[in-house]
Structures are given as C-alpha cells and as structure tokens.
Design a protein around this ligand. Structure first.
Ligand SMILES: NC(=O)c1ccc[n+]([C@@H]2O[C@H](COP(=O)([O-])OP(=O)(O)OC[C@H]3O[C@@H](n4cnc5c(N)ncnc54)[C@H](O)[C@@H]3O)[C@@H](O)[C@H]2O)c1
Length: 276
C-alpha cells in the first residue's frame, strides 16, 4: 500500500512498546489511528501523549473475539474504513522446561496466536468489502524463526504467527491485500513485565527461584531487552514494508547466522534423507 496518508490503522497492544511506536509513526504519516489495548490507564496515557485528534484508543482484549469485534466497530464509527491492521499485542511467560504451567501455555498462546487470528478474522471481511486495499502486519519475533532455547509457549506462538502470515500472504495477494510478518530481535519495551496484564483466569504469574537457571535466563533477557533496539526504529521499518509490500520484516540482521544455522541443519537432514 504505497499511500498511507488519509488511511486508517488499527493497532493492538498499542499502549506500549512496539504497538505505541507503530501508532505514533502511522499518525506522523498522516493516518488515522485506533490503538487497542487491554491496559486501560496505559492506553489513555498513550493516546493523550500523541496530542492528535486522529489518534484514539479502545479497550481490546485480543484473546476474546467479541472484544476485538467491539474494538473494530468502534474504529469504523470513529474513522470509517480501516486499511492497516497490526496484530501486535503479545506477552511472554517462561520458566524451566518442566515448570511452565499449563495456564502460562494457554495465556501466551491465547494472546500471541489466537489474538492474531481474531484480528485477521475480524478485519479481513471488512477490508475485502471496502475494496480500498489493505495490509495486515502480524508481530512475530526472531523467536518465530530460530528455536533458541525452544520449548516455550513464546517460541511456539511466534513460529505459528510466521506460518500463518506466510499462508495468508499467498491467499490475499490476488485480492490486493498485503501481509507483513514482523520478526524483531530484542527491542526496548515492557515485554519483560508482561505479567502486569495477565488476567486472573490464567492464574498467577509463576515466581522463579532466584537461584534457578530459569531466573538467571530471565535476568539475562531483561538486560538484552534493556539494551535492545528503539521501538521507533522497528516502526519505521514496518512502514517501509507496508509501502513496499514486503512479507518479512527483519530488524536485527545480526541474527542472520542463527537463522542460517537452523535452515542449514534442516537442509542437511533432507539431503541425508535423499541420499538414503
Ligand atoms: N520487545 C521485544 O524484544 C520483542 C521482540 C520480538 C517481538 N516482540 C513482540 O512485539 C509485540 C509487542 O510487544 P512489546 O515488546 O512492545 O511489549 P510491551 O509489553 O511493551 O507491549 C505489549 C502490549 O500488549 C498489550 N497486551 C497484553 N495482553 C493483551 C491482550 N490480551 N489484549 C490486548 N493487548 C494486550 C499490553 O498491555 C502492552 O500494551 C509482542 O507481540 C511481542 O511478542 C517483542
């Protein structure tokens, strides 16, 4: 979608981090913006901070399809047709391989995977119907490209978002609707404090034994996030990808070696199979 000015964007997880940076960048590009988020106070502060009457906020819990529908309706009422949909809300929860609770698995998959699906199912019929073009941006992660420590709901959810986006892109191309899948490495946001938005239905966040390897890993990741990329840089690359209709948005090219290692191992296994 070459021309963004005058169009409308809907962004989930828009009260913080990457989602907020996307909202700001869209507004600066002359778009109308609806930020959706589960955290009401942060959302209100985020919207106010942009001082722009074309930026609004709406309560939206991406785990609940009815909530996403309501947020979409509010966007249509406020701004008319929506063109860019960023399914960006995400949470992380970890622990050791045998200590991640089922509730944590469900929470992370509900937000990171089902949340993306709910956004697609809600907005796709609308974008098809208005026929003015559109673009979906699904936030995955480099955790959706390389397994790293693997066996975690976060990695599982992000791999799923990558494949979902790849499939969607093929199916929507003939309709003139673009798809990008955003795969950042570490970005300076509040993702490490995801538990602040963990609904009661998923039980309490797990507390880690400070002496455990899992706690050491969490501390290491917190440092990497702290020194990560500025979310504004990520947002700028997303806008470029929308304008140039690019599927993959990689913001951390220094992680190429890790991707190559995984793909090389897969190809080598296939070659071995072919040689049998
Ligand atoms: N920060 C990183 O290093 C990094 C790297 C790769 C990918 N990502 C992805 O970027 C996306 C944005 O995360 P971030 O890093 O900006 O973190 P963040 O915590 O700063 O922002 C996430 C936002 O999502 C919202 N949210 C949480 N649960 C929600 C729900 N059920 N419904 C609606 N909104 C909800 C939060 O309130 C918050 O405003 C996530 O999908 C995350 O997995 C982050």
């Amino acid at each position: 979608m070459r021309e963004l000015a005058g169009k409308t964007a809907f962004v989930t997880g828009g009260a913080s981090g990457i989602g907020f940076a996307l909202g700001r960048a869209f507004a600066e590009a002359g778009m109308k913006v609806m930020l959706g988020d589960i955290e009401a106070d942060a959302l209100e502060t985020a919207v106010k901070s942009l001082h722009n009457s074309d930026v609004r906020g709406v309560a939206c819990d991406v785990t609940d399809p009815a909530s996403v529908e309501r947020a979409a309706k509010a966007s249509f009422e406020a701004f008319g047709n929506v063109h860019v949909v960023c399914n960006n809300a995400g949470v992380a929860a970890g622990g050791g391989i045998d200590s991640i609770s089922l509730d944590s698995w469900k929470w992370v998959l509900d937000v990171n995977l089902m949340g993306v699906l709910h956004g697609i199912r809600t907005f796709l019929p609308h974008i098809r119907a208005h026929g003015e073009g559109g673009h979906f941006v699904n936030t995955a992660s480099m955790a959706g490209m390389v397994s790293g420590l693997g066996f975690s709901p976060y990695h599982a959810s992000k791999f799923a978002v990558v494949t979902m986006s790849e499939g969607l892109a093929v199916q929507l191309k003939p309709l003139g609707i673009g798809v990008s899948v955003l795969c950042p490495g570490f970005v300076r946001t509040r993702i490490g404090e995801s538990a602040r938005n963990r609904p009661e239905q998923y039980g309490p966040a797990q507390t880690l034994d400070p002496a455990s390897p899992a706690a050491a890993l969490v501390a290491q990741i917190a440092q990497l996030i702290e020194s990560g990329l500025d979310p504004a840089d990520v947002a700028a690359q997303v806008l470029k990808a929308i304008r140039e209709d690019e599927l993959y948005v990689f913001t951390h090219p220094e992680m190429r070696a890790e991707a190559e290692q995984r793909f090389t191992a897969i190809l080598a296994a296939m070659d071995k199979s072919a040689a049998r």
